[in-house]
Design a protein around this ligand. Structure first.
Ligand SMILES: [Zn+2]
Ligand SMILES: [Zn+2]
Length: 310
């Protein structure tokens, strides 16, 4: 089978023929579509990933009956409290597809079993793929930040675009979107944001600030925009930090980070997508263009989600 393989940190992906993955204790499935996420860029540049490695954690596959299914990509121990409550993303021993195990930048992959496959019904596989992470991770962040009547979303990339929609759809929350790119600010308004502005603009503080960038600069902005007793939710992979201390954050502010969705988050985002409530704007590219896709994401000129198709 063909796969886009990462051989060493920072070097371009290599399209190559590989043996089909061994089924072993899992289930081998054909990949129909795989989203390209900013996390893939971070992984590509990191020393942590085992190599050779196949990226891709937003995957739609053909299930055993050929039915298109979204892969729930957090594979836990299935014994701990988190796993038993359906929140395998929180398992201390979690294996994430495309991060710890080979992912969807390939024609096939192995999932632990059928319980990790969520049928997508009539949804287009390419449009559904980003729901696995961009959709469900942002949904989890919004769910944990609510209730609130107003929120600031920093970063209108893949996750931020979904977050704006969840805030309007699920929480009926008014949204201020912040980004440096004018086309993303335009996109934020299309998706229902009440206002959209660059980080340098004068903004009203809000009870909730969701940071999908998480550089030191964006975190400083988040801290300056959150109200007393508000919530700052960190989701982005920017690697920045801010000090937390008695006088360092507004009084009684909660600061939390947030990761991939639970099984029920994935079910909920799929239901919304199937009802036509969600705008999943994607651009399809052939698997062979995986490296080009990552390059475009790195340059920042992508407004919708890039999705690879084998
Ligand atoms: Zn991701
Ligand atoms: Zn577990």
């Amino acid at each position: 089978m063909r796969a886009a393989v990462m051989h060493s940190p920072g070097s371009p992906l290599v399209i190559e023929e590989r043996p089909r993955p061994r089924t072993g204790s899992g289930l081998m499935v054909e990949v129909l579509a795989c989203g390209v996420c900013h996390t893939d860029l971070d992984l590509l540049g990191s020393e942590l990933t085992r190599t050779p490695h196949v990226l891709g954690h937003e995957v739609v596959v053909a299930g055993p009956d050929g039915e298109p299914c979204l892969v729930y990509g957090s594979w836990g121990c299935r014994r701990c409290l988190h796993c038993r409550s359906g929140d395998e993303a929180m398992c201390p021993d979690v294996v994430i597809v495309g991060v710890h195990a080979d992912g969807g930048y390939a024609e096939a992959l192995v999932v632990p079993d059928e319980s990790y496959l969520y049928p997508i019904g009539d949804l287009d596989p390419a449009e559904a793929a980003p729901l696995a992470d961009a959709g469900a991770t942002s949904y989890r962040a919004v769910r944990r930040a609510m209730p609130a009547t107003r929120a600031v979303v920093i970063g209108v990339g893949g996750l931020g675009q979904f977050a704006i929609q969840w805030l309007r759809l699920v929480a009926d929350c008014s949204v201020t979107a912040v980004d440096t790119a004018p086309d993303k600010l335009h996109r934020a308004l299309e998706l229902g944001a009440d206002e959209a502005c660059p980080p340098t603009a004068e903004m009203e503080p809000a009870p909730v600030v969701l940071d999908f960038v998480c550089t030191t600069e964006s975190l400083q902005l988040a801290r300056s925009l959150v109200e007393r007793q508000g919530r700052i939710v960190l989701v982005g992979g920017g690697g920045g930090t801010i000090a937390v201390g008695m006088e360092a954050i507004p009084y009684e502010t909660w600061v939390t980070n947030s990761i991939m969705g639970s099984r029920s988050d994935v079910t909920t985002v799929l239901e919304h997508a199937q009802r036509g409530n969600v705008d999943c704007h994607v651009e399809e590219l052939p698997l062979d263009d995986a490296d080009t896709a990552l390059g475009r994401l790195r340059e920042g000129g992508v407004t919708g989600r890039l999705v690879l198709k084998p």
